[in-house]
Write a protein that binds this ligand. Structure first.
Ligand code: C2E
Ligand code: MG
Ligand code: MG
Length: 701
């Protein structure tokens, strides 16, 4: 049953009730109309009679008039009457003629009928108080007629019966109609405004008809209240969930942003300052991989809890992302040093944590930005907040790139770097649209035959204002912004097209090495992208070598191993770039389906002077030989280096001594003019047997 149905039920019940009530009222009025005149006639006759007699008696009593013969009508004074009683207005007995109050009917000698009234009247002489009642008593002492009192009683009885009738009517109206009307009113109001407040329940009245309706109504109200309560609880929960992080129960990013805005407003209106601390767990991915996500979550929750406990209630501790927290320290005066707070944050967050028998420990990096010192105050509150966060993020980045496990306060130099960085990001996007990139090719040669084996494709950015921008400056930014995906695909396609073009010009055996960044590797789209480039260009896969830096490979070796296998199965060659700089695990190296190791140029540069570098180069060559991989030496700048590498059995060399990176056109010219010719077939995978060094190239010491 709903409120609509209940309303119509109540209305039907009221109609029936009103009908029944009207009939009852009509009957009552008809009765009144019929009986009232006759009752009145009888009554007024009686009153007239009795009051006439009483008047006479009272006159006799009060004024001591001579006794007169009093005529009593029949039916009022009869044979049985033996006494007369007079009472005053206070009910005091004035006269008890005939000693009637302790009258003994057996012993008494009755006065003559005509005689006893007179003595009574005589006795009234001198009585001053007014007489309120006169009663005649019969032989048994029972009051037979009470003249004045009787009249008063009769009037009272009539009035009271009418009053009782009215009271009964009013009561009926009150108990029948009014609750009903109220119920209807409440129902109507409720239906008109069902969005509004839930009405109060109606008090159940002792009315068999209305009671069930009211109870039904109350039941519905209760159900509605319960539903409203549940909705409220749900709303409260949703409100909480919208502003809090489910793992740590700390405020989330949304609440942080709101709080930051209000904190900026409040601080602008005061002399105080505030600071924000971006806290990021170091190497958290590694932690997760090592202990599992469950333990990682516990760690995050623990750090969040410790930060919350450490800070004051007025401060905000929020979780922004997986392992990133932010603390707003509010209302800070000049005496408070942000560095002290940062140091405390670090010691609290990095304290050991016991979990299921493990002692867990994490390091954190903290970036700090303070208001208003670190911002341009001429901005609006929103922008000031954003600037604070950006600055703290820059400081955090600084802490990370300086070796992690430390805090950094934002400073002006960082801001300049940030501005330059933002500009670079914007310019990069434009560069992609405006085709400002070019692919250059740096030839590689077989050290033993000196024939060109191919080239490494290296991207170049011709900035319209700044000229050439080094890939070392913009590739990391392209990686961070994700632009490398689009850019990398373009480079790969261009390099494959170029190499295919050279093939058609007769340079059959030339290969091309293309640098692939870690972002492209983890993107999940590498194989389709490479396959497409090969398909579009028509280049065969064994002429394409993909260079991945050692650090990218070691970042997530297991993941990389499976991707490398996939690529290798499709016939592409794989090289580990900058080998020797990225702490390769030799155990992993064994499992990588890699064809080539590229010794980082840092080890080649000083090879003539640095014994350590010699040892490293020898070790890498030994490894390559052992694992049946080709070894390419990068950064060969002179003949001495080349000869040394040759004596050590290195296969391939690349560097300024052979050629700088060349534009596509320059590369064509270079190939035409290279005196040792060009590799006619692709370089085989099997390492060449080492010829003995022709002469000792390197002097001892
Ligand atoms: P890399 O892959 O190790 O490239 C070799 C770098 O060494 C190139 O710098 C090259 O110009 C430079 N180089 C070659 N021979 C010599 C030499 O004899 N002496 C000296 N001093 N340097 C030499 P470049 O072109 O500035 O590239 C720097 C790095 O940028 C590359 O290192 C590579 O990591 C990245 N990069 C370049 N092009 C691309 C690209 O197309 N895609 C991706 N993902 N990264 C690229
Ligand atoms: Mg490279
Ligand atoms: Mg390299």
């Amino acid at each position: 049953m709903n409120f609509r149905a209940l309303t119509s039920k109540v209305l039907r019940s009221r109609t029936a009730r009103t009908l029944a009530g009207s009939v009852a009222l009509t009957l009552f009025l008809v009765q009144l109309a019929v009986y009232l005149p006759s009752v009145y006639t009888q009554y007024s006759g009686l009153v007239r009679e009795q009051s006439g007699t009483a008047r006479t008696l009272v006159q006799v009593g009060l004024y001591g008039s001579q006794p007169q013969s009093m005529e009593f009508q029949d039916g009022v004074i009869d044979e049985s009457l033996v006494g007369l009683v007079l009472l005053d207005s206070t009910g005091r007995l004035l006269l008890n003629k005939g000693n009637t109050l302790d009258f003994d009917p057996a012993a008494a000698e009755l006065p003559e009928k005509s005689g006893w009234v007179y003595p009574a009247a005589w006795q009234l002489q001198g009585v001053e108080s007014s007489v309120s009642a006169i009663g005649f008593l019969d032989r048994s002492g029972i009051l037979k007629a009470s003249l004045i009192k009787a009249s008063a009683l009769s009037v009272f009885a009539l009035l009271s019966s009418i009053l009782a009738g009215l009271v009964a009517l009013f009561g009926a109206a009150r108990s029948y109609i009014m609750p009903m009307e109220r119920l209807i009113g409440v129902l109507r109001e409720h239906r008109q405004n069902s969005e509004g407040q839930v009405p109060e329940p109606i008090k159940v009245i002792t009315d068999d008809d209305l009671k069930p309706l009211a109870e039904e109504f109350n039941g519905m109200i209760e159900a509605q209240r319960k539903a409203a309560r549940q909705v409220k609880v749900k709303q409260q929960y949703l409100e909480f969930a919208a502003h809090h992080d489910p793992l740590t129960h700390l405020p989330n990013r949304l609440m942080f942003e709101n709080t930051l805005r209000t904190t900026v407003q409040e601080t602008l209106a005061s002399d105080l300052r505030f600071s924000i601390f971006l806290v990021d767990l170091d190497n958290f991915k590694f932690f997760n991989d090592q202990y599992g996500h469950l333990v990682g979550d516990k760690m995050v929750a623990e750090v969040g809890n410790r930060l919350r406990t450490m800070m004051r209630d007025i401060d905000l501790v929020a979780r922004l992302d997986g392992d990133e927290f932010v603390v707003i320290q509010k209302d800070v005066d000049a005496s408070v040093c942000a560095e002290e707070v940062a140091a405390k944050i670090m010691s609290v967050a990095t304290a050991p944590y016991e979990y299921r028998g493990f002692t867990l420990k994490t390091a954190v990096s903290v970036g700090i930005s303070s208001f208003p010192d670190d911002v341009h105050v001429q901005q609006d509150e929103q922008m000031l907040g954003e600037e604070m966060v950006n600055n703290a993020a820059v400081a955090l980045q600084e802490a990370k790139s300086n070796g992690k496990n430390q805090y950094q306060l934002f400073n002006e130099k960082m801001r300049l770097r940030l501005t330059a960085r933002i500009r670079l990001e914007q310019d990069l996007k434009i560069a992609m649209q405006d085709n400002q990139f070019e692919v250059y090719y740096q030839p590689k040669i077989n050290i033993h035959t000196r024939q060109c084996t191919g080239a490494e494709a290296l991207v170049r950015w011709r900035h319209p204002v700044n000229g050439f921008v080094s890939p070392e400056a913009f590739v990391p930014v392209a990686e961070e912004t994700g632009l490398i995906i689009e850019l990398g695909a373009w480079i790969l396609q261009t390099a494959c097209n170029k190499t295919r073009e050279l093939q058609s010009m007769g340079y059959e055996g030339l290969n091309v090495a293309v640098n692939i960044s870690a972002v492209q590797f983890t993107d999940g789209n590498l194989l389709p992208m490479v396959s497409k480039a090969l398909e579009v260009s028509g280049l065969s896969p064994e002429l394409l070598e993909l260079e991945i830096t050692e650090s990218a490979v070691m970042h997530d070796p297991e993941e990389v191993i499976s991707s490398l296998h996939e690529l290798s199965e499709h016939g592409m060659k794989l090289a580990i770039d900058d080998f020797g700089t990225g702490y390769s695990s030799l155990a992993y190296l064994k499992r990588f389906p890699v064809n080539t190791l590229k010794i980082d140029r840092a080890f080649i540069t000083d090879i003539s002077n640095d014994n350590d570098d010699v040892a490293i180069v020898e070790a890498v060559l030994g490894l390559g030989k052992h694992f049946n991989m080709k070894v390419v030496a990068e950064g060969v700048e002179d003949e001495e280096q080349l000869n040394f590498l040759k004596s050590q059995g290195c296969d391939i060399a690349q560097g300024y001594f052979i050629s700088k990176p060349l534009s596509s056109e320059q590369y064509n010219h270079w190939l035409e003019r290279w005196p040792f010719g060009v590799q006619e077939k692709p370089v085989p995978d099997i390492v060449l047997e080492l010829p003995a060094p022709e002469e000792p190239i390197r002097k001892a010491g």
